[in-house]
Design a binder for this molecule. Structure first.
Ligand code: APR
Length: 249
């Protein structure tokens, strides 16, 4: 219980408070993560499915893989962790979320300040004219309504560069945060996995809530190896109790 109490105290004191979320944030919404035992990369080879090479040379497998993920999105909804983060933003506790996720569940839960580092499956992009369409158009025969060109998922594939603006914003948020909390990421993929180090180097407290160990655990100020939903629910109970004791300012 001590760890959750510490996290709750830091959330009440430290401003700005920034979250970096990974796929572990959405497993309680029945979306698989990538690197845990039952993750996507335990069943599929990312090199054959999530690369530009795959899109060019294995289009049938590539599009089938992304259609499967867009279908899974349709059946998913925000979990209690997403909702608690949106509530903390409304209450002025949480400043922003930087997410590696492409499921759009933070926004669907009501979070407004969300930086998507890896794009979103909620949109598709035309490889010809660049026009954006709803991601579900990938399910209908992936052709651009504007020019008839081939659509692609609007996500960053392995080997592609991240969109510059979100990465710059994420680095700014990490360098100015006083509390930086990683939720559900193996911190295996750069440049997202550099953000906790940037935050720590700029004086932030860094906490990691992740079921498994991460390469950053040794440098984090707090590591909680438990389920995100239960940890955020317990933390929110303590934060709310302390807020009510403080009363109206
Ligand atoms: N509570 C806490 N931790 C969880 C939970 C949960 N409910 N569910 C899963 N986890 C943990 C897993 O143990 C794992 O360590 O979340 C972590 C998710 O790590 P990854 O599957 O590697 O996902 P992520 O870190 O987001 O991957 C980064 O890699 O494949 C690319 O583009 C993809 O954005 C993704 C990037």
């Amino acid at each position: 219980m001590k760890d959750v109490e510490t996290l709750a105290e830091w959330i009440l004191e430290a401003r700005p408070f920034v979250v970096l979320s990974g796929a572990g944030m959405s497993t309680e919404s029945n979306l698989p993560d990538f690197r845990s035992r039952q993750g996507l990369w335990a069943q599929y080879d990312p090199a054959r499915l999530a690369t530009e090479w795959a899109m060019e040379n294995r289009p049938d497998e590539f599009y089938a893989f992304y259609r499967m993920r867009v279908e899974a999105l349709k059946a998913s909804s925000p979990n209690r962790g997403h909702r608690i983060l949106a509530d903390w933003e409304r209450r002025g506790l949480l400043s922003a979320i930087v997410t590696q996720n492409v499921d759009g569940l933070h926004q669907e839960a009501g979070s407004r300040s969300v930086v998507e580092l890896h794009g979103s499956l909620r949109t598709a992009r035309c490889r010809g004219c660049g026009a954006k369409s709803p991601g579900v158009r990938l399910l209908e025969g992936p052709f651009c309504p504007a020019c008839g060109g081939r659509l692609r998922p609007d996500v960053v594939l392995f080997g592609e560069n991240l969109p510059e603006a979100p990465l710059e914003e994420a680095e700014r948020l990490a360098s100015t945060a006083r509390l930086f909390v990683v939720l559900g990421s193996s911190l295996a993929v750069s440049p997202a996995n550099r953000l906790p180090g940037i935050a720590a180097a700029c004086g932030a407290k860094v906490a990691i809530v992740n079921r498994e160990a991460t390469p950053f655990d040794g440098r984090a100020h707090l590591v909680i190896q438990r389920g995100i939903g239960e940890v955020l629910a317990e933390t929110d109970r303590i934060v709310s109790e302390k807020e009510s004791l403080k009363g109206p300012v």
